[in-house]
Design a protein around this ligand. Structure first.
Ligand code: AMP
Length: 215
């Protein structure tokens, strides 16, 4: 089973992809996390991606495609995978289809998590992440017990460079320009399901699972 999650940055794809993967026994592959890990390790891949990420622009297709296809070719993905943040352009979607077809597989379902712009703006600009263990917080919706300090490990909380308001606006624009056309690509293939991303995390997970059952 190969499940693709679509939706604006901040729609909750990361949180939901992790939960779906756990409930369904699938691997979770998040292209943004792969880039952030590469950057933290200072690898050439991370350094190549850094400037694009900080501007809120997309990393060039050939870099992303090579990285993600290598990742989903690993044994832990053999039983299926939830893709989060990939594909983000039509060229990426085509490369994914070709690679899956070569292994006798195909995208099973594409779930779009729908959340209005003002909601994603507030979610992302208020987001803080632990520098040490990556645990997510929000200044309003999920504040830590002590400001700026991770409840779990005592690490320092910081704002991702690409969560600054200007960059978030740019990321939304990039989604509209480059990723929204993918919705048509998958709709034409009968794979796209839209799911309301408002409400509690649990509610949204249940809606996604229902949409998958109906797929
Ligand atoms: P995310 O955490 O999914 O919002 O990704 C953070 C950043 O990583 C994006 O703003 C892009 O710069 C880059 N990135 C992640 N996935 C992709 C992708 N599929 N194609 C191009 N760039 C990507």
């Amino acid at each position: 089973m190969v499940v693709v999650l679509l939706g604006l940055p901040g729609a909750g794809k990361g949180t939901q992809a992790a939960r779906l993967a756990e409930r369904l026994g699938l691997a979770h592959v998040a292209s943004g996390d792969l880039f952030r890990e590469a950057l933290a390790e200072g690898t050439p891949l991370g350094l190549q991606a850094q400037a694009y990420m900080e501007r809120g622009d997309l990393v060039p297709d050939e870099i992303v495609v090579r990285m993600v296809l290598e990742r989903i070719g690993r044994p832990d993905c053999a039983g299926g995978v939830v893709l989060d943040g990939f594909p983000r352009t039509s060229a990426q979607a085509e490369a994914l289809d070709t690679a899956l077809a070569a292994g006798g597989r195909a995208v099973t379902a594409v779930l779009k998590v729908v959340v209005p712009d003002p909601v994603v703006l507030e979610r992302l600009t208020g987001r803080r992440v632990c520098r040490n263990c990556q645990a997510p917080y929000h200044v309003r919706f999920r504040p830590p017990a002590r400001e700026g300090v991770c409840d779990l490990c005592g690490g320092e909380l910081y704002q991702r460079e690409d969560d600054r308001e200007e960059t978030v606006r740019r990321r939304i624009e990039v989604y509209r320009e480059q990723t929204a056309p993918l919705e048509a690509y998958y709709r034409e293939r009968g794979l796209l399901r839209e799911v309301d991303g408002n409400g509690s995390v649990d509610m949204v997970t249940e809606r996604l699972l229902q949409a998958l059952e109906a797929a």
